[in-house]
Design a binder for this molecule. Structure first.
Ligand code: ADP
Ligand code: MG
Length: 335
């Protein structure tokens, strides 16, 4: 099992724009990737709007956001494939520009849309790319096995499904055994079996020491793999933290909803004083109590004791998915 590493978290709430910084940095090493105040406009479209984020050595960083949030644009500026409108990006502490070719040589990059020569087989494709990257093509067969394409190594890529092309894209990113991977939606368009191959590969590469950034619009993919997550919406970072800390900050508190005859919008006396209750609200005949799961029974008993007639009750356990949807719906994604 991997250990959680990060302890110097920055939390940015989209609602209050507050910034909470946890105790001083324990991780003195410079981040592998630093994005500072990045803006990228395409004419009037603000694809990236004052984005600041950082990726630490050895972590799996999930770059999460709905379609159109600005993930690919950010990644392309990190890869120096497009110029920022303003802002600074550093990779391995070196400012990125189109001239910093050496930095990018050590990055395994999967672009958002990848295509290959249709008339080459995957073996020929990867052999050609090894030559371009100055890597030994002896690894080609193994790379294809690694991504589950061993059986189709002699077929022309032009006959491949979208998912198979994507897997070949993951294989080409691994050429040269890079120490840093930047994968733009590596699991996009893959069926469950192939998602698993890619997920296991990402874990394995990370366990062997690689730093990995991957983008996704699917929370569960990120949740399963990542040490830390940056959530982006409309070009801006709305949160950057560990999944655990995100859950805490988002106050994913269980709720109890009780329908009470004749409640008339008033919270019964003493309910919010019960241990484990954070908050109680009443609207019409509905009482909503945010409380520990273990305090639910006490709340119900207390209501009974007050002679109130409980018509119905239900429990609600919000998930990180709910919170993610709420975070991005505040700004409205381009789904
Ligand atoms: N080359 C481009 N020209 C104009 N607009 C673009 C271009 N690339 C991206 N955009 C716009 O920038 C925004 C961010 O896109 P993108 O970075 O691709 O988001 P994501 O990868 O999160 O889906 C979107 O509104 C998209 O339509
Ligand atoms: Mg994208």
């Amino acid at each position: 099992m991997r250990t959680k590493r990060c302890e110097n978290e920055v939390w940015k709430s989209n609602k209050e724009s507050d910034l909470v910084t946890a105790p001083a940095a324990l991780n003195a090493e410079a981040p592998v990737i630093e994005v500072m105040g990045l803006h990228k406009n395409y004419d009037k479209v603000k694809a990236v709007n004052d984005l600041t984020m950082s990726v630490r050595k050895g972590e799996i960083y999930g770059f999460l956001g709905p379609n159109g949030a600005g993930k690919s644009t950010t990644i392309k500026t990190i890869m120096a494939l497009t110029h920022p409108t303003s802002g600074v990006i550093k990779v391995h502490n070196t400012p990125v520009s189109t001239k910093t070719v050496d930095i990018h040589k050590d990055i395994g990059y999967l672009p958002e849309k990848i295509s290959f020569y249709r008339n080459l087989t995957p073996v020929q494709t990867l052999t050609f790319l090894c030559e371009l990257k100055g890597a030994d093509p002896v690894v080609v067969d193994q790379l294809l096995e690694d991504v589950g394409l061993g059986d189709v190594s002699d077929r022309k890529v032009g006959t491949f499904s979208k998912g198979m092309v994507q897997l070949l894209g993951v294989a080409q990113a691994m050429i040269g055994d890079p120490s840093l991977y930047i994968l733009d939606e590596p699991m996009g368009g893959l069926d469950a079996r192939w998602v698993r191959i890619v997920r296991d590969k990402i874990r394995e590469l990370n366990e062997r020491g690689a730093t990995i950034v991957f983008s996704s619009h699917i929370l569960s993919e990120v949740q399963m793999l990542c040490d830390r997550v940056g959530i982006i919406n409309k070009g801006a970072l709305v949160a950057e933290d560990t999944i655990d800390n995100l859950s805490d900050h988002l106050e994913l508190r269980p709720r109890l909803e009780v329908t009470i005859t004749g409640l008339d919008g008033a919270v019964p006396d003493g309910i919010d004083a019960i241990e484990g209750v954070w908050n109680a609200d009443a609207e019409g005949d509905k009482l909503t109590v945010s409380c520990d799961a273990s305090s639910r029974i006490q709340v119900l008993v207390a209501l009974e004791r007050r002679g109130l007639t409980i018509k119905n009750f239900k429990t609600l356990d919000p998930t990180l998915e709910d919170a993610f949807v709420e975070l991005i719906s505040d700004h409205g994604g381009e789904q």
